[in-house]
Design a protein. Structure first.
Ligand SMILES: Cc1cc2nc3c(=O)[nH]c(=O)nc-3n(C[C@H](O)[C@H](O)[C@H](O)COP(=O)(O)OP(=O)(O)OC[C@H]3O[C@@H](n4cnc5c(N)ncnc54)[C@H](O)[C@@H]3O)c2cc1C
Ligand SMILES: C[S@@+](CC[C@H](N)C(=O)[O-])C[C@H]1O[C@@H](n2cnc3c(N)ncnc32)[C@H](O)[C@@H]1O
Length: 640
């Protein structure tokens, strides 16, 4: 998907009228009040709160987030309802999001000050794509999709129970209400879904009917005689895309207790499942995820292609996750990270301006300005990722696994995976049953293949790269204020010491710490920040980065080991899936950036919840992508 830069909303505020958009020539809500309209038209028109009573999850899809009043009113109704659903997922698409200061101004006199304050505090950097904001300990989730509704709707994977159609008036904003947008709503409708809007425009009602809705009217509010209500009743039900999901599952097991396993286990437990995490070591994070400290940050690229978009979405989720972990006592720092740039400061700044990327995500600095930020002399310009930083991976894993609902099972080597009545059964190396559950997730790095190949799966093109980090625990001078990345990275540790990494050696299984590698890291320290480190007294750790040949991770439902005859193989999203079997691995050198978002993606797929990532980005990390590539390369279409 080609992204369009985000142009934040321009608002006109006045003392006696609701905020107005000069771009659309319309008010954000009627004079009668945004919350009154939200309750009457959008909640009432969709039969909420009543329709969510007793349900595990209710998904609302809104077109036009605007000031967020509909979200706040829905959240407020959820809070006040003793029969509320367990989880409320509010997905909202917005082309011109408000700047944080405008959002604060718009809610200055709100009747829901506590909720508005939480929304303003959580308001994210305004970048294209999906971002997930958690409230109420993640029982209420806001999936904000920033961009044009027509471009974004087809990239979302969700089944909505209620639609809030809240663009500006169709006469002033026909794009928002065009038939292809309304038709796309039908493709996202759960059985029994409803829709509501204050507009009774003929074209809108006709468009909804074409999309499979039965359209009705109800009494209006604030000078509007009538509003539109609709109920999804398609004449032909479309076949949903395969996802391997098990929406009714209440338990799962995860193999591997590194960053990947901990992230998925936590996302599943947050969704209410009982999760067993099976690990061959006595403690979690005993292998690659056990370093003292590691960095995380986003990515920028001239064409804003899938790699840049994936790492941006992941870095923003990582920032939210790691900030929370820091509040819970995990060592780390999220005050920004400098990444040295091979460009010159001016062309980097021009690129950011072209993509309209905001400074709370990334900014570009010439060498002198970057040096001032770093507090040490840098010889190159640098990107400042404002929400980047460092965190202790081992402590992050331990904290994630400490959540209610997670049971850590150490010193068990997973030896075999079998299908069973429950779904999946895991056996240990002696053949004893270790776990059974409807959902199984393989997050055991290079060990996943040994469990999958006996089931007929073809091994993935994976490579292990040895790496050694070096750290010095005595106070050092000079030291940077922020982590610095480039050819390797440098982290100022809280004890005054430094951590520097990391060496790279292909096909090297040597687990011993090498003095030559410490020397290599010392040279890296010099190149990155002009720091002459002490020669003696370095400690370190060795690990192996696991990466695929396209350097993107493996995250998602396993495709069937044997494709049915006649199966289309040209798109990963069409491939049939093993029911309830997922993987998350090959995080390469970016586990701290990728794990929080991809853990949520896998959990969403497993539970049939709205995906936190656009479909084309999920395709980019799909374990089935080599099946598609092989089919394209050989022209073998469909399966035979
Ligand atoms: C030197 C070095 C520096 C790095 N620096 C950074 C950095 O700064 N920032 C960053 O984001 N990333 C960094 N990385 C990468 C990061 O460490 C990895 O991306 C991440 O740790 C991978 O996590 P994982 O959970 O996939 O794998 P692992 O941490 O290896 O976890 C897999 C777990 O599965 C268990 N397991 C395997 N097979 C079985 C089995 N059959 N039964 C039971 N258990 C099993 C293992 O014991 C292990 O605990 C670095 C890596 C290296 C090597
Ligand atoms: C009436 S306001 C929404 C009010 C909002 N629901 C609330 O509760 O405050 C309409 C919103 O639709 C957005 N919008 C207009 N055209 C759009 C498009 N093509 N794609 C996505 N959003 C669009 C506008 O920027 C504006 O914020």
């Amino acid at each position: 998907m080609k992204t369009q830069p985000i142009a934040p909303a321009q608002l006109e505020f006045s003392a006696d009228a609701p905020p107005r958009s000069p771009l659309y020539g319309d008010l954000y809500h009627p004079q009668v009040g945004a919350l009154a309209q939200a309750r009457h038209v959008f909640l009432g028109g969709n039969g909420l709160p009543g329709r969510w009573a007793g349900r595990a999850r209710c998904v609302v899809l809104e077109a036009g987030f605007g000031l967020g009043n509909n979200f706040l009113a829905t959240w407020d109704a959820w809070r006040g309802d003793p029969a509320r659903c367990e989880r409320l997922v509010f997905v909202s698409i917005e082309r011109h999001p408000l700047r944080r200061e405008d959002l604060a101004r718009a809610h200055a006199g709100t009747a829901l000050p506590a909720l508005a304050a939480q929304l303003i505090a959580a308001w994210p950097p305004l970048v294209p794509g999906l971002q997930v904001l958690d409230f109420e300990g993640s029982a209420v989730q806001l999936l904000l999709a920033l961009g044009d509704v027509a471009a974004l709707l087809p990239t979302l994977r969700l089944q909505a129970d209620a639609f809030y159609l809240d663009g500006f008036a169709p006469a002033r904003n026909p794009e928002m209400w065009q038939p292809r947008v309304l038709k796309a709503l039908g493709r996202h409708a759960a059985p029994g879904a409803t829709a509501a809007t204050w507009s009774v425009a003929h074209a809108l009602r006709e468009g909804l009917q074409t999309a499979g809705f039965e359209v009705d009217t109800a009494s209006g509010i604030g000078g509007k005689r009538e509003i539109t209500r609709a109920r999804f009743a398609p004449r032909f039900a479309s076949t949903p895309l395969p996802n391997g999901g098990q929406p009714a599952a209440r338990s799962a097991f995860v193999v591997g207790a590194g960053l990947a396993g901990a992230a998925v286990a936590r996302a599943l437990a947050d969704a209410g499942l009982q999760v067993s995490v099976i690990e061959r070591h006595a403690e979690p994070a005993a292998e690659t995820s056990g370093n003292l400290a590691g960095i995380f940050h986003g990515s920028v690229h001239g064409d804003d292609g899938p790699y840049a978009r994936l790492f941006r979405a992941a870095a923003l989720q990582a920032e939210r996750s790691h900030r929370q972990a820091l509040r819970d006592g995990v060592p780390g720092c999220v005050d920004g990270l400098l990444r040295l740039s091979d460009g010159d400061g001016a062309s980097d700044a021009a690129l950011l301006q072209r993509q309209a990327l905001p400074a709370d995500y990334v900014s570009a600095h010439a060498a002198a300005a970057a040096s001032a930020l770093a507090g040490v002399p840098l010889s190159q310009p640098a990107w400042l990722y404002a929400g980047g930083g460092w965190v202790s991976p081992a402590a992050w894993v331990q904290r994630a696994l400490a959540a209610p609902g997670i049971r850590f099972v150490g010193e068990v080597q997973a030896g075999a995976l079998q299908r069973c009545a429950e779904g999946w059964r895991l056996l240990d190396a002696q053949g004893h049953v270790v776990a059974e559950a409807p959902i199984a997730v393989l997050a055991n790095a290079a060990g996943a293949g040994a469990l999958l190949i006996p089931l007929g799966h073809v091994p993935w093109p994976l490579r292990l790269t040895r790496g050694q980090v070096s750290h010095w625990s005595a106070p050092t001078q000079p030291r940077p204020r922020l982590p610095i990345a480039g050819d390797g990275y440098l982290i100022p540790l809280p004890d005054g010491g430094l951590l520097c990494g990391a060496t790279r050696q292909e096909d090297d299984a040597d687990a011993t710490l090498r003095p030559a590698d410490h020397q290599d890291n010392l040279r890296r320290l010099q190149r990155l920040a002009g720091i002459q480190g002490p020669d003696q007294g370095w400690q370190g750790r060795v690990g192996w980065r696991l990466a695929t040949d396209d350097r993107l991770p493996l995250a998602g439902a396993l495709p069937l080991a044997h494709m049915p005859t006649g199966q289309r193989l040209d798109q990963a999203r069409l491939l049939p899936r093993e029911s309830g079997l997922f993987m998350l691995t090959a995080l390469g050198a970016r586990g701290l950036t990728l794990a929080p978002l991809l853990g949520r993606l896998v959990a969403a797929q497993a539970l049939g919840a709205p995906w936190p990532l656009e479909q084309d980005l999920a395709d980019a990390v799909d374990p089935g992508r080599w099946i598609v590539r092989a089919a394209r390369a050989t022209g073998r279409q469909p399966a035979d």
